[in-house]
Ligand binder design. Structure first.
Ligand code: HEC
Ligand code: HEC
Length: 328
């Protein structure tokens, strides 16, 4: 329950939620509480009081309409939505060893929204980094992503598919633009990192000429190229572009491994109802092949991310209930 984020919410919004829940917005049902499945010692409740005392912020609701020009008002509205009701940091900000978010807002430090693992996916860096952040995204692309679950170069998956389907697609355009403007104002996590990646034709030419006979190229051609293209450029709003894609270029490879093993389905939204899907390859590719094709994707067309090892794949396969590796 992300109450450290909700501590930012205005009294007016909290009261409105109360009225919505209590006055018919949510119909009552006869449903007993489920028994908890959290085991001792995590099931003890008193340590939470200590945790709250150490890490939960004193509620500091944003009550006043912000002063300043229109641009400033938009940024503050975006900041409010991201830090407060949107609780984007609950997934996208890394946590310390006692599971507190390392930063609850941008003034707390560059850890804010700098990327964190959640349920076997990487809720990736949303700061201004050119390679693995949102540095190369325009404000309009962000709005499209939050509203439709896709852009000309990417699709929402993992926990983000739920976020778009159940939450952000319902925001009005003004609020979506505010969120996007605020995210675009965040400085990169790593100011010294190299600039944006540049598309490189080498892999695309080799695949089309059939001159790359490596097993990783073969696994890519057999399993991925039909949708993502030998150019790695995909098809707008349908099959994401893998070339220069921040998901593919994140240091942490877990989303790439996870999506190859288990596939993913785009959220269906009011403005983009078609749920394009990627099949899972857990039953078809063994750990070595998944590692090879993941590395191929992370090193081709100008991408520059660290290689993936078969042991990384084995771990994800076991942890997230994928089918056993095929025996050859
Ligand atoms: C339940 C956890 C969760 C919450 C809450 C969440 N996200 Fe995400 N988000 C993810 C995951 C996991 C991904 C990686 C999958 C993907 O790219 O769709 C992601 C990806 C994204 C991306 C795509 C970035 C890229 O380069 O592909 C954007 C943009 C984004 N989130 C914005 C937001 C915003 C804005 C909020 C708050 C309104 C938010 N997220 C809240 C889990 C979450
Ligand atoms: C049938 C078409 C299809 C095939 C085959 C396919 N994909 Fe995908 N891929 C998709 C779709 C659709 C998405 C978007 C899924 C979503 O947003 O839920 C996607 C998403 C991805 C992403 C995340 C990109 C992003 O930013 O959203 C990666 C990485 C990826 N695929 C890699 C691969 C690899 C590697 C293979 C081969 C092993 C492969 N895909 C095979 C259709 C396909």
């Amino acid at each position: 329950m992300p109450y450290p984020s909700f501590a930012r919410m205005s009294s007016g919004d909290v009261k409105a939620l109360y009225v919505f829940f209590m006055n018919g917005g949510i119909a009552p049902v006869p449903q007993g509480n489920k028994a908890t499945d959290i085991r001792w010692p995590m099931s003890m409740r008193w340590p939470l009081a200590v945790w709250r005392w150490m890490f939960a912020p004193t509620p500091s609701p944003q009550e006043e309409a912000p002063a300043g020009g229109e641009g400033q008002a938009q940024l503050l509205r975006g900041q409010y939505l991201v830090e407060g009701p949107g609780h984007c940091g609950a997934c996208h900000t890394p946590r310390g060893w006692t599971l507190q978010e390392k930063a609850l807002n941008d003034t707390d430090g560059l850890a804010f929204l700098s990327g964190a693992p959640v349920d076997g996916w990487l809720a990736k860096n949303l700061r201004g980094d050119a390679v693995d952040g949102l540095g190369a995204w325009s404000q309009g692309e962000l709005v499209a992503f939050l509203k439709t679950g896709r852009t000309t170069h990417s699709g929402a998956f993992g926990g983000m598919a739920d976020v778009v389907q159940k939450s952000t697609q319902h925001l009005n355009d003004e609020d979506l633009h505010a969120v996007a403007a605020y995210l675009k104002s965040l400085a990169p996590r790593d100011a010294g990192a190299s600039g944006p990646l540049v598309y490189d034709e080498t892999a695309s030419r080799a695949l089309r000429a059939g001159s790359d006979k490596s097993s990783s190229a073969m696994v890519f051609l057999d399993n991925c190229a039909a949708c993502h293209g030998s150019s790695g450029k995909g098809y707008a709003e349908t099959f994401p572009r893998l070339a220069l894609n921040p998901v593919a270029n994140s240091d942490d490879p877990r989303s790439v491994i996870h999506i190859i093993l288990k596939g993913a389905t785009m959220p269906g939204t009011a403005t983009a109802p078609t749920q394009f899907a990627m099949p899972g390859f857990d039953w078809r590719l063994n750990d070595q092949e998944v590692a090879e094709v993941a590395t191929f994707v992370r090193r081709s067309w100008g991408n520059k991310a660290p290689a993936v090892a078969a042991a990384d794949v084995a771990r994800v396969r076991k942890e997230f209930g994928a089918a056993k590796a095929p025996v050859r």
